[in-house]
Design a protein around this ligand. Structure first.
Ligand SMILES: [Zn+2]
Ligand SMILES: [Zn+2]
Length: 416
C-alpha cells in the first residue's frame, strides 16, 4: 500500500505491533494496491453522550461511527449526565470504551464542577484515575470567569494537563441562534457575534502565555479568531487550535431555510470566515480538525429553530471533508491531511501509540481509497441522524480501519 509520502510499502503486523515496513512486493496477507495508509485518526472533540443521553448516542454506537470514519482514538467530552467532573465518571467512560473495543476512548474531564463555571472540579483526582485524564474542558459551556480560568491553568500546568476552551462570552450570546450579520437579518433570528468567541480566545491566549499552561481552542469559526491564534503562536505561547469539518465546508447560508440540522454552537459563519479557516489549516495556524460530533435524537432536532438542540454529527464524514478541502481543492497535500487528522491531535492528546506508522508502534491505521466517489445518504453507525452532509458528494473514502492490529472497519463495514 501507499503511505502519505508516496512510498509503496508492505507492513508486517505481529500481535498488534508494526514489526516491519518494507518496499512493496504485494506478497502480504492483504493486497491493498491503490489504497493509501494513514495513521489512524484521532479526534480531540467527540460527544459520546453516555452516561445520561443514551437515546442520542452511546459509547458503543459512537465508537462504531468513529471506526467507520477511520478513527482509532477519540476524546469524549465531559457534558454527560452525570457530568464527567470526578474520577468515578471518567473511569466509567474509559471502561465503556474498552468494552466497546473499537477505538481508544479517552475521557475529557470537566474543568468546573457540574460545568457550572463556579468552582474547580477534582482535576487531580481525574488525572490520577485509571482514565489518566490529561485534557480538561467544560465544552458546551465557556469558562467565562477569567480568574477561575487562570487558577485552573496554574493547577494543571504542573500536572501536565491541557485546557480545551469552548470560547463563548455568555453575556454576548444570550438567546443567540445564528451568526450575527446577513443570516440573522434574513431569518430574524437573534445574532451571535463572532466577537463573543474572539474576546475569549484573546483572553485565554494571554492567560496561557502568563501561566505556561497549554491551551487548546475548540472549534474556531472566524477570520479574526485565526489571526489572534497566529499572533499567540508568534509570541511563543503554548496555544493550539481546532477547526470542525462543518465550519470548513458550510456557511451561515445553510441556515436560511430554518433547517435545524444546521443549528450549531458556535454558529456557521460567512464564506470569508471559512476561507480563512482553510487558509489557517493549510498554513499551520490551526493545528487539527476536531469533529465536535454532537449527536441528538430526532425529537431534540425536529422542533422550531429556537427550541431545537445545537449540534451536528461529524465522525463519519470528517476525513471526506478534510480530503475535499485540502487535497481535491489542490490547496494542500496528504502530509498535511495526516498531520491535522492524526499526528497533531495524537501529540496534543499525549497518545504515544497513535499518530504515526512506525516499527515498534501499535498498528493503528486508516486505509483510504483516494479516488472513490460517494454520495452521503446519512449516518450509517451513529445513533443519531443530524448529519449536515446528506446529499453531498465526496471523492475519497475510508475503506478499512485497524485498531491495535485488528480490523475494526473492513471493506466499508464495522467489524462488530
Ligand atoms: Zn463547544
Ligand atoms: Zn463540543
Amino acid at each position: 500500500m501507499q503511505l502519505a509520502d508516496g512510498s509503496k510499502v508492505d507492513l508486517v503486523i505481529n500481535k498488534g505491533i508494526i514489526t516491519s515496513i518494507e518496499s512493496a512486493t504485494n506478497s502480504g496477507d492483504y493486497d491493498m494496491g491503490g489504497l493509501v495508509a494513514l495513521p489512524g485518526f484521532v479526534d480531540l472533540h467527540t460527544h459520546l453522550r453516555e452516561p445520561g443521553f443514551e437515546a442520542s448516542e452511546t459509547v458503543l454506537t459512537g465508537s462504531r461511527a468513529a471506526a467507520s470514519g477511520g478513527y482509532t482514538a477519540v476524546f469524549a467530552m465531559a457534558n454527560t449526565q452525570p457530568v464527567a467532573d470526578n474520577a468515578g465518571v471518567v473511569t466509567q467512560v474509559y471502561e465503556l470504551g474498552r468494552k466497546a473495543g473499537l477505538v481508544e476512548v479517552r475521557p475529557v474531564g470537566a474543568i468546573t464542577k457540574n460545568l457550572e463555571g463556579q468552582e474547580l472540579a477534582h482535576l487531580g483526582g481525574m488525572a490520577g484515575s485509571k482514565a489518566k485524564v490529561n485534557l480538561f474542558s467544560d465544552d458546551g459551556h465557556c469558562v467565562s470567569d477569567a480568574a477561575l480560568m487562570k487558577t485552573a491553568m496554574e493547577y494543571l500546568k504542573p500536572l501536565g494537563g491541557t485546557i480545551a476552551q469552548h470560547a463563548q462570552e455568555p453575556s454576548l450570546t444570550r438567546g443567540s441562534q445564528v451568526n450575527e450579520g446577513e443570516i440573522s437579518r434574513i431569518t430574524g433570528l437573534k445574532g451571535w457575534p463572532s466577537s463573543a468567541e474572539e474576546s475569549i480566545i484573546l483572553r485565554d491566549i494571554l492567560l496561557s502565555g502568563q501561566t505556561g499552561c497549554p491551551l487548546h481552542i475548540c472549534h474556531v469559526t472566524s477570520q479574526l479568531g485565526v489571526e489572534l491564534i497566529r499572533w499567540g503562536k508568534q509570541r511563543g505561547f503554548p496555544v493550539t487550535a481546532e477547526v470542525t469539518p462543518h465550519h470548513l465546508m458550510l456557511t451561515e447560508l445553510s441556515a436560511q431555510n430554518y433547517d435545524t440540522r444546521y443549528k450549531v454552537n458556535p454558529p456557521l459563519r460567512t464564506r470569508e470566515d471559512s476561507e480563512a479557516l482553510i487558509e489557517g489549516l493549510v498554513d499551520g495556524t490551526l493545528d487539527v480538525i476536531g469533529t465536535d460530533h454532537a449527536p441528538h435524537a430526532s425529537d431534540l432536532k425536529d422542533q422550531e429553530w429556537e427550541s431545537a438542540a445545537f449540534g451536528m454529527t461529524g465522525l463519519e464524514q470528517a476525513y471526506q471533508v478534510a480530503h475535499k478541502v485540502l487535497i481535491s481543492s489542490g490547496r494542500s497535500d496528504w502530509k498535511r491531511l495526516q498531520e491535522v487528522l492524526s499526528s497533531k491531535p495524537a501529540q496534543i492528546g499525549g497518545l504515544d501509540n497513535h499518530g504515526s506508522i512506525e516499527i515498534g508502534k501499535q498498528a493503528n491505521l486508516a486505509i483510504v481509497n483516494p479516488e472513490k466517489t460517494s454520495l452521503i445518504e446519512g449516518n450509517r453507525y451513529s445513533k443519531s441522524s443530524n448529519n449536515p452532509y446528506v446529499g453531498m458528494q465526496f471523492d475519497s473514502e475510508v475503506v478499512h480501519t485497524i485498531f491495535g492490529g485488528n480490523f475494526t472497519y473492513k471493506n466499508n463495514e464495522v467489524v462488530k
